[in-house]
Ligand binder design. Structure first.
Ligand code: FES
Length: 573
């Protein structure tokens, strides 16, 4: 890069009204870091550092920065790591989703404000991947994703375990009295036996695979375990590729196209992925003026079976998918359902990447289109008088006999109400009732926590009940399972009809007909609406909570901040 080139350290100068002085001052501080003048003439590759003492999912970030930096330098660039906030699921109050948009803003502004010709987005835990890509899409600097990788599976008394599907499975058994205090403590020590992201098809794995399918990650980058040497080699290759992308000007808007999002949605369905990914992909697409049409997504589901036999819909773990070839066999099996001419971070198309990958081998993790894990589509989109703007059910992870069900509503008005009454021996609840949780959406909780996986009331769990129909305006962890209707929009705290349900009402779930309805007549509902208390407002809130409450959108728009999203000009699928 010549000295007259505005890139490298000459990019994004601090504004003193004198560009020459700005460069002069920057050089002084670069020298304080131990760099030579030569640094000013190199492409600068920013590396987002999301390590934190609270984030075991990102424990290998320092290693990966070292390996990626090596790749950058071998290719003639200068790597410059810089921090943004780090979010880990179980260390985020009230919930990690509340902080996703904060991380997206942090990433966008730091990528935009600092000098870098390309950026390596280093994330992994659930919200970090979408947050970094939302920010990078808005900053539109050449960007490449590198994930920390999934953890290995654990083992307890001969049984294979993985966070967090087995966390929930064993906790449910503990609540039912099937597992003792000592045993649950033993299990606790085996659920997350290595660093890395959850080792099942939770949100982290789903986001990694969909982002690879979208073309924002090197081929093979999603499934390599966090502790595997190949993960570090992948980081080195990512660093090298980032330098080339800087020269090519390969910005996110050239890769994250409507067709790329269609491919990502296909893969989300084919892997039996997390329902959260639909919200995150919607938010990422929104940053580029692309809307996700829920009915179109439902149509994709009708022609895209679940191919991957991983927990929670199947049997295996991410380490097994890696050994089976990672994303490539899934893409090959999807074949003509994919749009192969999408450009990717390799500078080649998705189709060229698939053709260049090694030939497959016999394995039992990725099934064929002719003999899938689940034929009917991983998720279904519901509408009805309870969800005028949509709701979602992961039908592949549900009890099939409950997908068509009518039952009596048992309503919890909020998370604290649920916590106070769910396990009471006096709770009037039967196995064929429908549990309803409200005020758990984007504004209501706030942050739309993963509370949609309402625990089976203790007295029913102890009687052997494993699943019930549960509905809410909350989300659910990608590692969870059950007959659970989520993301009801509008949420109750935004005036949605979920606020009108009363214990004793009848609710009908008709998954085949794509409906969720409250069987109460319109006149009675109008009366109930007139008697509702005023909706909550931003009044009395301050700081980030105020910003969040005033501007967060509903699930069908990705729960992004309304001011962060440009006008939607294209709809996918
Ligand atoms: Fe980080 Fe599951 S808690 S990926």
């Amino acid at each position: 890069m010549s000295k007259s080139h505005p890139g490298g350290m000459r990019r994004n100068l601090a504004n003193y009204g004198d560009a020459g002085f700005s460069v002069f001052l920057r050089k002084a501080f670069i020298k304080a870091l131990g760099y030579t003048d030569d640094a000013l003439d190199r492409p600068i590759i920013g590396i987002v550092d999301t390590a934190s003492g609270y984030n075991a999912c990102h424990r290998n970030v320092p290693d990966l920065i070292e390996a990626a930096s090596r790749g950058v330098m071998l290719s003639g660039g200068i790597p410059v790591p810089f921090p943004v906030i780090s979010i880990q699921e179980s260390f985020s109050n009230p919930t990690s989703m509340y902080l996703r948009n904060l991380m997206a803003m942090d990433a966008e502004e730091m990528i935009r404000a600092q000098p870098m010709d390309a950026v390596i987005l280093l994330g992994g835990c659930d919200k970090t991947v979408p947050a970094l890509l939302m920010g990078a899409a808005s900053a539109n600097v050449p960007a490449i994703m590198l994930v920390t990788g999934p953890m290995l599976a654990g083992s307890w008394r001969g049984e294979k375990l993985g966070a967090c599907t087995d966390c929930r499975r064993f906790w449910a058994r503990y609540r039912a009295g099937e597992v003792s205090d000592d045993e649950i403590n033993e299990v606790n020590g085996e659920l997350a036996p290595t660093i890395g992201t959850c080792g099942v098809m939770g949100t982290a794995s789903t986001m990694a695979l969909t982002v690879e399918a979208m073309g924002m990650m090197l081929p093979g980058g999603a499934a390599v375990p966090a502790v595997h040497a190949e993960r570090r080699r992948l980081a080195e290759r990512t660093g090298a590729r980032a330098v080339a992308m800087a020269a090519e000007g390969l910005t996110p808007d050239k890769i994250m196209t409507p067709a790329a999002f269609r491919n990502a949605l296909r893969v989300l369905l084919a892997v039996g992925g997390s329902t959260n990914a639909l919200i995150h992909l919607t938010a990422m697409a929104g940053r580029l003026g692309i809307g996700i049409d829920l009915e179109g997504f439902d149509e994709l589901g009708r022609e895209t079976p679940v191919l991957v036999d991983l927990k929670p819909t199947g049997q295996h773990y991410m380490e097994d998918l890696y050994k089976a070839g990672g994303l490539t066999p899934i893409l090959r099996e999807l074949g003509a359902l994919l749009e192969r001419d999408c450009l990717t971070v390799t500078g080649k198309t998705l189709g060229e990447n698939i053709d260049a990958a090694p030939a497959g081998w016999p394995q039992d993790v990725v099934r064929t289109m002719a003999a899938p894990v689940y034929r009917n589509g991983a998720m279904a989109v519901l509408r009805g008088n309870l969800a005028p703007d949509g709701a979602i059910i992961k039908q592949a992870a549900a009890t099939q006999s409950l997908l068509q069900h009518e039952g009596r509503a048992v309503v919890f008005d909020s998370l604290p109400d649920m916590a106070a009454r769910l396990d009471s021996p006096d709770l009037d609840v039967k196995p064929d009732d429908i549990l309803v949780l409200r005020n758990a959406g984007p504004k209501g909780a706030p942050g739309m926590p993963e509370a949609g996986y309402i625990p089976i009331p203790k007295k029913l769990a102890q009687a052997g009940v494993k699943d019930m129909v549960r509905i809410s305006d909350a989300r659910m962890s990608g590692t969870a399972y059950g007959t659970i209707v989520l993301h009801i929009a509008p949420e109750s705290a935004a005036g949605g009809p979920l606020a009108l349900v009363r214990t004793g009402d009848r609710i009908r779930l008709d998954t085949a007909g794509r409906r969720i309805d409250l069987l109460v007549d319109d006149a009675a509902l109008a009366k109930r609406r007139a008697a509702l208390p005023p909706l909550p407002t931003g009044e009395g809130r301050r700081g980030y909570e105020r910003l969040y409450f005033d501007t967060v959108t509903q699930a069908e728009r990705g729960c992004d901040f309304d001011f962060a999203v440009p006008a939607i000009t294209t709809k996918v699928p």
